[in-house]
Design a binder for this molecule. Sequence first.
Ligand SMILES: Nc1nc2c(ncn2[C@@H]2O[C@H](COP(=O)(O)O)[C@@H](O)[C@H]2O)c(=O)[nH]1
Ligand SMILES: [Zn+2]
Ligand SMILES: [Zn+2]
Length: 625
Amino acid sequence: CGDCSGANNHVEHVRHVRRMQPGAANATCGPTRALEWGQVNFLHTTDTHGWLEGHLKDANYGADWGDFVSFTETLKNQADSKGADLLIIDTGDLHDGTGLSDTTDPNGAISMRIFERLKYDLLTIGNHELLLAEVAYQTFNEIAKFWGDKYLTSNVRIFNPAANKFEYMGKQYKYFTTKHGLRIIAFGMLFDMTRNTDVTKITKARDMVNQDWFQHAINSSKPVDMFLVLGHNPVRSSIGGTFGVIRDAIRQAHPQTPIQIFGGHTHIRDFAVLDDSSTALESGRYCETLGWVSMSGFNKSNSDWTGISPNPRGVPSPTRKATTNSSSPFRYSRRYLDWNRATFEFHAVGKQVDESGLSTTADITKYRDQLQLSRVYGCTPRDFCITCAPFNSPDSIFSLLSQALAEVVVNETRKDIPRYVIANTGGIRLDMYKGPFTYDDFFTIMPSRNSLLYIPEVACGKAATLLDELNSGGAGQEHKPMPFEFDLCVDPIVAPLTTRDGSSHVHAFKAVTRRQVVDLVPGYITTDDFGSDGDDTAHSPIPYHNIPQFYQGAAGFGVEGCTGVADVVFVDLAKRHVLTILGPDYSSSDVTDYISSNYTTHDFLPEFVRRSDIFQASMPDCISA
Ligand SMILES: Nc1nc2c(ncn2[C@@H]2O[C@H](COP(=O)(O)O)[C@@H](O)[C@H]2O)c(=O)[nH]1
Ligand SMILES: [Zn+2]
Ligand SMILES: [Zn+2]
């Protein structure tokens, strides 16, 4: 790999601060295997959460949306030349995750205009489109309108004031024929979400499959060669999970027809086999992963396939049966591509410069400058990670954030009263990297804006043990913490063909010779129902340590600890569990905002970065780096 000095490190406009691990100086990484092209092929994104700039501090995922636009233009051309179908799919959570999406009003006002440059074939909605009314209406009035019948929301409705009734956010389903003759019905399913804004309604999957429109769609006399089920749901859901319910319902009417599923929400790479003609792919998060599935097996007896059978010439083809003893004619492949220019370069040989990709990159730079996302507020002295170090160890982000809660979250009128301040670990969405801490980092690390509530002067006997009670089951395991990865970037092994203002984006793809991969760098290692060969780029493992649901800061206590009473401050998500644990002496009437109704979990880290010596002491070094 190149060294990091190649990046434009002027921190005022930091773009690509690359990270190298000691001993990895000559590490290289990148794909080495061509994709298996089938008769029908899919590219899948999910949980992009505004990461359209790519990962500025981790070039392992350093491609931006312009690179992705160029890549997909190339792959669509490749599909045409192979006589194969290629469909590009997204399964939601476009908001809440970076400054590009989160610093506008409403959230997404700029990032959606960038996202729309990608020529998706089908999309569906995520829960982050439904947390706030203004984002839900942006989704209804702009996103769904822009994509038209490609935006599938089979179980999500919104109150339309113009019609004075609830209407589907997008289309309930789509019946279409691909370029090469495959007749497809597609649905878009959200999990049985409960924390949606009250201007929206979600129909549970088990109720939706019994609705007349759905039964009519799956029992229609129109010929169907394949069902596509998009959904913002884990592909490996428990029995009765959304995808299992809809697959069972379709199988009632179509015992053998292929059902291809695309999931999301849990931010992991996964591939599940539901039966010998039904598989499901989940493709990570934050523009770190581009998912690929291909399948073959269509012929005149089971479809109206008109492409070049049995599979496109000159490339590997999918060979895996979904199940070992399958009698199904369908064969599959899946791959998780690291979102970087080396990967796009490797898989998209032969592309000329792509104007739409170039202009997309230019617009991202323009908007980032307008929003001042590279503005430096502090300097992170070393890496702090979410799960790669033991919880609350010196390298754990939670040891730092517990200190931030203790030092910053204080109601001035109550500053002499000791307090416990409890927040949820799931609100932390990314590791903190050594180097400039920018305005953008406030949103990539802590995008969520949860209220901080409190109950005054709780007896220490209950206050001092509340955190342990919450983490030991009082709060239940509502969410398995996301397996956050702490990756190392490496410079892609490509000479940038297009350079602008010191950063480099490659839009003209050309064949590159691949250096022998000599050292693996840390990254995703995925085992799924097809085994452990899904990751397009081989990586070394990243340490993973479980984390509890909640962490806390404590302030105002003497050396003897909690002896009388203490204020108990907690994130709104925990309210029900806190009241359950504290028992019948307490009720909702005892709970109010601790600082103010608009002070949220998004506010304490910026304040801590601005004033803490931890982030200010090494600022001069950061700026001059
Ligand atoms: N432990 C927690 N997990 C959470 C929380 N909020 C979400 N999640 C889980 O993370 C992924 C992604 O969710 P997203 O829709 O917010 O992108 C998913 O598995 C959620 O269950 C939380 O506060 N704590
Ligand atoms: Zn998400
Ligand atoms: Zn989600």
